[in-house]
Ligand binder design. Sequence first.
Ligand SMILES: [Zn+2]
Length: 230
Amino acid sequence: MSPASHAPASSSSSDAPRLLADHPALDLLNTLERAFDAPVDRWQTDDDVWRWLERVALLPNGELPAERPKGMLAAATSLRESLRQAVSLRKAGGTVDVTLLNEYLAADACRTSLAPADDGKIRLARVYPTDTPMQCLVPLTLAAAELLAHGDFSLIRKCESETCSMWFYDRTRAHRRRWCSMALCGNRHKVAAYRRREASASAAAANGSNESNTGGATTASNASNASDAA
Ligand SMILES: [Zn+2]
């Protein structure tokens, strides 16, 4: 049997990953986030993975296993990077290698059983074994497989910001979502566009006033340099 952890998945070693993709398999990709051009991995420990699975409601059997196998970080990271490659290739129209994803799917040993309940009814339960990290990742792996098999890849997109790496599933009615978040990348884009308009307006104004000056060429060039620096 694998070594197991009994301690609660409590203390955090990193900032919580943002959940904004509208699909758990794309939120999985976003646990590695590019920030100021350097990748930031929001997963640093096994417990980070357990906490994330809890947040996206993909824990095996809907709860933290009493005994949690070690090695979750390595297994979940490997699944994530395999899916990243598959999604990128699928977007680019390339042939996806599903070998590793199929290995994860092969860990699915879910059993279905009937259990009498206290109220006299009978419950039908699906029970996931949780002995290995791959078994614990089966619900997440199924979400990834569902995305690859049934996802509409015209709606699976990356944030339009050049400095942002976040993926999302565009479920807006008009299918015009451009940003991971309007509050972050959308707003940054609006501010940058506003500054560009301001700069070109003030450059045009400076050019206009310089044209009426004598010896305006030198002054116009100075004004343009000043607006570049702003
Ligand atoms: Zn973004």
